[in-house]
Structures are given as structure tokens and as C-alpha cells.
Write a protein that binds this ligand. Structure first.
Ligand code: GDP
Ligand code: IMO
Ligand code: MG
Length: 446
């Protein structure tokens, strides 16, 4: 039995969906713990592509229970569309449970997200415009609507009349937008409520029961470490906690129940939206990474910014997540390159800097210090073991593992399940903390 958290080690879109789908084979329960429909997770199974925003990436396994935990924010319209799409494809969604204490994204959240981004001008964050920030803001302000409220029509009507009245003042007076019709919104959300009702339960209790029955639980993160509200590149972050610690708060499970943390990182780096990105590539190589990696957002279709692998943020992600091992994805995207650079440290204001700086202005001034490695200039998409990989690709992976002081357990070389090398058992292999001897980090050979 093992309870495992899968997190993004960069700025999101690392391929968490693919890795979660792969590991779900040995999980009994898969739980999403934060984020909302800002997430976009792509799974490719037997040539078919599935794009998920809220439903956990374990849904393709008929016997796996999927849970949307209390730390997420739920847009019922998008969730119902996702349920319909899966059912059309004959994928059962009967095993989906939704936390009664998760907060609900309302139409005014989306409108305020979009209007406030416009108002910010040069200071915009580049949000997905899906109402995520305003939904979490209402949760903190204690004016949010929870799933449990949706289940009570009389109470909901009262709550929404009050909330819409309040939000209409903001929409009209601050943003010059037309007000929402409260009755229309109430009728729509009451309809959503009936559709979702059979799935709504106390998910913390369900997960606890499963843990006591020694089931395997997989906690699926959305976004990534550098988008974390507390630990990311604030203010250019999302409004939840994608780091591993968020899995406990976002599901109602105590930290003593967690056995392992698996980080997912691309073999290079991407970022969507605004904010500093030291290893960003503007020229030809950036274009090549974007084209070969098909780097367009799953949720918004925006072109992702691309750059070299950044081991400074990588090491930081290892630390703040207590990462045990890594899955490196999209190695195949580098196949054609003559040479490959890795950022080993930054140079800022004439000094070398080995650690991620929290000061946003200082981070924006960081210049990467690169180590250049030879490329392998051959296809890796059909490699199925480390022995199949060209020596230069192996050296590249080994260098990343050394820099990040964490073993690489999985290497991904394409979007489909089969295009994967399992280097060591990511769930039951040795834990990172146990690999240290005499205080010296021991790095697993790849
Ligand atoms: P997530 O948000 O972390 O789940 O990642 P996304 O699904 O948004 O983006 C990752 C994209 O890369 C998806 O289109 C995946 O199908 C694709 N992908 C995942 N792993 C690999 C890989 O190893 N190689 C290639 N070429 N594509 C991959
Ligand atoms: P997955 O789960 C990449 C980014 C947005 C923006 C910032 C804040 O697919 O990895 P928000 O709408 O959350 O308020 O936007 O966060 N962002 C993501 N970037 N992948 C994601 O999710 C993201 N979810 C949000 O682009 O910069
Ligand atoms: Mg994504």
C-alpha cells in the first residue's frame, strides 16, 4: 500500500496528466486536490486523445475511484460538459465523487477575472480567465458558495440573491459591465446541482476509509510548483497550492498518511501567461521546442513560452515538495538539437546565485549560467529501456539527476502510455531521504 502525490515541478503543463494516467494503473483512488478548470491535462491512450480540466486523470480505468477534493474550485458548467464528453466515449463516470466542501465558480467570478485582468494593463497576470482567482478570493473572504450549498435549493436562493447583488455592484460600478440576472443564474445552478447531486459526498471520509482499507491513493496536482500561491513566482501565480503540502489541506488527509512525492518535469521548460522566465528562448530554438512539443495550452490554446531546463527552480521544487523521485517528460522534443543547454545557476547583480530568489524584481534580473551538452540527433520515440537511449541522452538525464539531487524514476518519450521508460519503481522504489549517507546526497545512476 502506498499513498503518492504527483506534482508539477515547473510552471505547469509538465505532463502530469500522462504520468498520473500511467500510475493510475496501480492506484485504487485518484484525487485532485487543488485548482479548477484552469488546468488542462491531456491523455493519449490507444491513439485517442482525452483533455481533462477537473476530472482526475485516473478516470480511464473503470475500477478506479476518482475524487475531486475540497481544495479544488468547481465550475459546474465545465464539469458537466466533461462528464457528458466522457460518457459519449463510453467511459464510465459513475466512480466520480465530488467534495461537498469544494467551492463553486460562479458566472461573476469569470467576469471579474477577465475584467480585472484588462484593468491591470501592463500588470496583468495572464490568467486563464476562468474565474479561478475570484473564486478562491471569495473562499478566503468567506463569501463563497460551496457544493454543499448547491445541494440546498432554499438556502442557495437566499445566498445567491445576496451574492449577486453584491457582485453586480462591482460589475456595474467598477467595470462598467451589465449586471447579472439573479433569477437566471439561480435557475441554471439549481439545474447543475441536480445533475451533480449523485456524485456529492464527504470525500475526506471516503479517502480515510480507503486508507484504512489499505487502498492505494494517488493525489494528482494541477499547475506546478512555480505557480503556487505561497511558493511560486508571486504575483504571477495561480490562487491555490499545487505543492505537495497542498494535497493534505486540499483533501482532508493528514501528512502522516503520505508515503511518497513524485515530481514531473519536462526535459526543458515552458510557461503560459506573464512573469519572469530566466531561461526563455525567443529565437529559432524556442520556436523549435514549441513546434516539436506542440506547446499550446490545453485550456486556452495560448502559445506556451519555451526555454532550456532550469535546475535552479528544479532544485527548489525538490526541496519545497520533499520530492522522492522525478518523471522527466518530452525528452523526445530535444531529439534534433545539435547542443542542449541546462541552467545550473543564475548570475544576478554581478553575483552567482544558486537558489531561487523570492523577490520578483531580483528574479526578473537573474541571468542563467549554462552548461552546454551535446545533443544526440536521433529519434528516441521508440526507446523502451535506458539501453535503447543514445549515450548523449543518457548523459543528459544523469546530469539533471545530479543537479537536482533526486533519482529519475520515469522517462517519457511521447504522449502515449507506451512511450515511457520505467527506470525504477516510482511508487515502491527507495525513498530519496534514505539515499543520503553521512549527509552526502547519493544520486541514483540513470
Ligand atoms: P499537464 O497539464 O501537466 O497534464 O500537461 P499538458 O497535458 O497540459 O501538456 C503536456 C502535453 O505534452 C500534452 O499534450 C501531452 O499529450 C504531451 N506529452 C506528455 N508527455 C510527452 C512526451 O514525453 N513527449 C511528447 N512529445 N509529448 C508529451
Ligand atoms: P495545468 O494543470 C500552465 C497559469 C496561467 C497564469 C497563472 C494564473 O494544465 O498544468 P489562473 O487562471 O490560474 O488564475 O492563472 O497560472 N496557469 C497555468 N499554466 N498550466 C496550468 O495548469 C495552469 N493553470 C494556470 O497561465 O499565468
Ligand atoms: Mg496542462
Amino acid at each position: 500500500m502506498a499513498n503518492v502525490i504527483v506534482i508539477g515541478a515547473q510552471w505547469g503543463d509538465e505532463g502530469k496528466g500522462k504520468i498520473t494516467d500511467l500510475l493510475s494503473k496501480s492506484a485504487d483512488v485518484v484525487v485532485r486536490y487543488q485548482g479548477g478548470v484552469n488546468a488542462g491535462h491531456t491523455l493519449v491512450v490507444q491513439g485517442q486523445t482525452f483533455k481533462l480540466h477537473l476530472i482526475p486523470s485516473g478516470i480511464l480505468y473503470p475500477d478506479t475511484e476518482c475524487i475531486i477534493g475540497c481544495g479544488t474550485v468547481i465550475d459546474p458548467q465545465v464539469l458537466i460538459r466533461e462528464l457528458d464528453q466522457l460518457e459519449k466515449l463510453k467511459i464510465s463516470t459513475q466512480n466520480l465523487l465530488i467534495s461537498e466542501t469544494a467551492h463553486v465558480t460562479m458566472p461573476y467570478h469569470r467576469l471579474i477575472d477577465q475584467a480585472s485582468e484588462e484593468r491591470r494593463g501592463d500588470h496583468r497576470i495572464g490568467t486563464t480567465g476562468r474565474g479561478i482567482g475570484p473564486t478562491y478570493a471569495d473562499k478566503s473572504e468567506r463569501t463563497g458558495i460551496r457544493v454543499i450549498d448547491l445541494m440546498n435549493p432554499v438556502g442557495l436562493r437566499k445566498q445567491l440573491h445576496w451574492a449577486i447583488n453584491y457582485k453586480n455592484a462591482i460589475l456595474e460600478k467598477l467595470y462598467n459591465l451589465p449586471p447579472l440576472d439573479a433569477e437566471e443564474v439561480i435557475a441554471q445552478y439549481l439545474e447543475y446541482a441536480e445533475r451533480l447531486r449523485p456524485h456529492v459526498v464527504d470525500t475526506s471520509l471516503k479517502i480515510y476509509d480507503a486508507i484504512q482499507r489499505r487502498r492505494n491513493i494517488l493525489f494528482e496536482g494541477a499547475q506546478g510548483t512555480l505557480l503556487d500561491l505561497d511558493h511560486g513566482t508571486y504575483p504571477y501565480v495561480t490562487s491555490s497550492n499545487p505543492v505537495a503540502g497542498g494535497a493534505c489541506v486540499g483533501t482532508g488527509v493528514g501528512p502522516t498518511m503520505i508515503d511518497r512525492v513524485i515530481g514531473v518535469a519536462k526535459a526543458y521548460t515552458t510557461r503560459v501567461g506573464e512573469g519572469p522566465f530566466p531561461t526563455e528562448l525567443d529565437g529559432e530554438i524556442g520556436e523549435l521546442l514549441c513546434d516539436r512539443g506542440a506547446e499550446f495550452g490545453t485550456t486556452t490554446g495560448r502559445r506556451r513560452r519555451c526555454g532550456w531546463f532550469d535546475a535552479v527552480i528544479g532544485r527548489y521544487a525538490v526541496r519545497v515538495n520533499g520530492m522522492d523521485c522525478l518523471a522527466i517528460t518530452k525528452l523526445d522534443v530535444l531529439d534534433e538539437l545539435e547542443e542542449i543547454k541546462v541552467c545550473v545557476a543564475y548570475e544576478v547583480d554581478g553575483e552567482k546565485c544558486n537558489d531561487f530568489p523570492h523577490n520578483a524584481r531580483r528574479f526578473a534580473r537573474c541571468r542563467p549560467i549554462y552548461k552546454t551538452m551535446p545533443g544526440w540527433k536521433q529519434s528516441t520515440v521508440d526507446c523502451r529501456s535506458l539501453e535503447d537511449l543514445p549515450q548523449q541522452a543518457l548523459d543528459y538525464l544523469k546530469f539533471l539527476a545530479e543537479l537536482m539531487e533526486v533519482p529519475i524514476a520515469i522517462v517519457s518519450l511521447g504522449a502515449s502510455r507506451e512511450q515511457t521508460i520505467i527506470v525504477e519503481d516510482p511508487i515502491h522504489g527507495p525513498k530519496r531521504a534514505l539515499l543520503h549517507a553521512n549527509g552526502t546526497p547519493v544520486v541514483t545512476e540513470v
